[in-house]
Unconditional design. Structure first.
Length: 239
């Protein structure tokens, strides 16, 4: 008696035992060329070199495609040949035949690269238009059938145990704050104006002069960068 995992297989009869399948011979031995002597393999190679076997012409069912210069031949060319070839492709490019498309074109809308090339205010206006006046799309056509029972009837949905417990709220007392003893009021000491003392050393004077000049150069560079940024923004926004 045979046991079947699918009920639909019961419609098909069991194969008759009288029909015997043909046995496929399995040969796991190495080829004979590995066991032949050295002189015999040498004579075989010489015969294949000077008097090769005449085979019938090869029948190609595929259409040949012109791939141009192979990659190995292209890498073996000298450097000046590649320079002249690149110049020729730039000055007078090769005229190729019309591309044969076998697939049906699909309208995908505006490409992502074109969307990124727009200015920021165009995307802002587009978003505002989509929010205020959205595009009216046709009704969605669903080809799949809805599933009646997603959750089987044999399942039991039990809420979490924390939702079933009802106990009074308990408020713990606050921790006592440490008592800070008031400090005696201190009289502010009289502030003496610091006297500006100029250094008389040549090293310190040179260092101060370099710092002062670096601050001036920094302000000039910041001013020039800000002016250039304002000029570029005005060129972009000005029609």
């Amino acid at each position: 008696m045979s046991y079947r995992s699918n009920a639909a297989e019961a419609w098909f009869p069991e194969p008759e035992s009288s029909v015997l399948r043909p046995e496929i011979p399995i040969d796991l031995r190495p080829p004979a060329s590995l066991t032949q002597p050295l002189w015999k393999s040498l004579l075989t190679n010489l015969r294949d070199t000077f008097a090769p076997e005449k085979l019938p012409p090869l029948e190609l069912t595929s259409r040949p495609v012109n791939v141009g210069l192979l990659l190995g031949d292209r890498l073996s060319l000298p450097w000046f040949r590649t320079v002249f070839t690149n110049l020729g492709d730039v000055i007078s490019p090769e005229t190729l035949p019309q591309l044969e498309l076998e697939a049906t074109p699909v309208d995908v809308g505006e490409l992502i690269t074109d969307q990124l090339s727009h200015f920021w205010f165009s995307s802002l206006l587009r978003n505002l238009a989509d929010r205020l006046v959205p595009e009216k799309l046709p009704a969605l056509e669903l080809t799949s059938k809805p599933v009646a029972n997603i959750i089987p009837e044999t399942w039991i949905l039990v809420p979490a145990w924390s939702e079933l417990i009802s106990t009074p709220k308990v408020f713990y007392p606050d921790k006592p704050s440490p008592v800070i003893s008031p400090l005696p009021a201190l009289k502010p000491a009289p502030v003496q104006e610091a006297e500006r003392v100029r250094s008389t050393g040549p090293t310190e004077a040179g260092l101060l002069r370099d710092l002062r000049r670096s601050r001036i150069r920094r302000r000039l560079w910041i001013t020039m960068a800000a002016a250039q940024a304002i000029y570029l923004i005005a060129i972009v926004l000005w029609p």
